[in-house]
Design a protein around this ligand. Structure first.
Ligand code: CAA
Length: 256
């Protein structure tokens, strides 16, 4: 198997395991990622950590050796497959984090862009080099990168194909944090632990509400926020959270 799935202490871990090809995304790897994500969706995990085996790369992108010589129809289907798989990450109700150790290029960075958050070790290198291959990103990069870093910075990265390091990535908001080197699962787990102690329903509603900011005019988005915040208000967790504040104790959320 080129993709491993494990669960530990309330977290799901999807790990690319093809280090000999820098975890490149062959079509069979994409299929395995999709299967793993279906299991994550059906599980009671509170957050997902995506990482890659080996010290050299989270993922070096689409498998270039598989791409050469393909017809246009097959190529379009391939792009839509990659998009659909990464949409499964984006569509999860729980938060996800990609741990960028080493390289995250092309489809590998696009996979990370589909996560709620990204962390990078200080030596990480990332970019969308497709233009250097005569291509443009096809697994969501042209749509997600501008939503994360803004149009101008996204175009700079996509049109130059340049590689940037972790510090610059953090400066432009491409990664949430630069973390000390360490074991990838642990780095991801440490990052998501700042959320997972909160009530799961409130976390899900916060994610949904913020996502609507990008596909709705402000007035509609505000209506969605009014609805979702009222939904949060109706949960047992909200009652517990507010009571715990008044009683000066830590809340005990039950995800209800
Ligand atoms: N596809 C297939 N195989 C790849 C690969 C990829 N994207 N990236 C690396 N590999 C393979 C190499 O062919 C090599 O295999 P062999 O030992 O059998 O030759 C092995 O992984 C190790 O790679 P390198 O020897 O190249 O390692 P390096 O340390 O010298 O360089 C690198 C690392 C700079 C990341 C370099 O491998 C590289 O530039 N890779 C391609 C990055 C890239 O262009 N990604 C975009 C792909 S297109 C895409 O993703 C389109 C999209 O939108 C979905």
């Amino acid at each position: 198997m080129s993709v491993e799935l494990s669960f530990d202490d309330g977290l799901a871990f999807v790990t690319l395991n093809r280090p000999e090809a820098l975890n490149a995304l062959s079509f069979s790897v994409l299929g395995e990622i999709a299967e793993a994500l279906d299991e994550v969706k059906a599980s009671d995990a509170r957050a997902l950590v995506i990482s890659g085996r080996g010290e050299k790369a989270l993922c070096a992108g689409a498998d270039i050796k598989e791409l050469t010589g393909r017809g246009l129809v097959a190529q379009r289907q391939g792009a839509q497959l990659g998009q659909a798989v990464f949409q499964k990450i984006d569509g999860l109700l729980i938060p996800s984090v990609a741990v960028i150790k080493g390289y995250a290029f092309g489809g590998g960075l696009e996979m990370a862009l589909a996560c709620t958050f990204r962390v990078a070790t200080s030596s990480a290198k990332m970019g969308l080099p497709e233009i250097r291959l005569g291509l443009i990103p096809g697994y969501g990069g042209t749509q997600r990168l501008p939503r994360i870093v803004g149009q101008s910075r996204a175009l700079e990265l996509i049109m130059s194909g340049k590689t940037i390091g972790a510090t610059d990535a953090e400066r432009i908001g491409l990664v949430n944090a630069v973390v000390d080197d360490g074991e990838a699962h642990e780095l991801g787990a440490q990052f998501v632990r700042q959320f997972t102690g909160h009530g799961k329903i409130a976390l899900m509603l916060a994610k949904q509400a913020v996502e609507r900011a990008f596909d709705s005019p402000l007035e509609k988005g505000l209506l969605v926020e009014a609805d979702l915040s009222t939904l949060a208000f109706q949960t047992e967790d909200a009652e517990e959270g507010m009571r715990a504040f008044i009683e000066k104790r830590k809340p005990a959320f039950k995800d209800r």
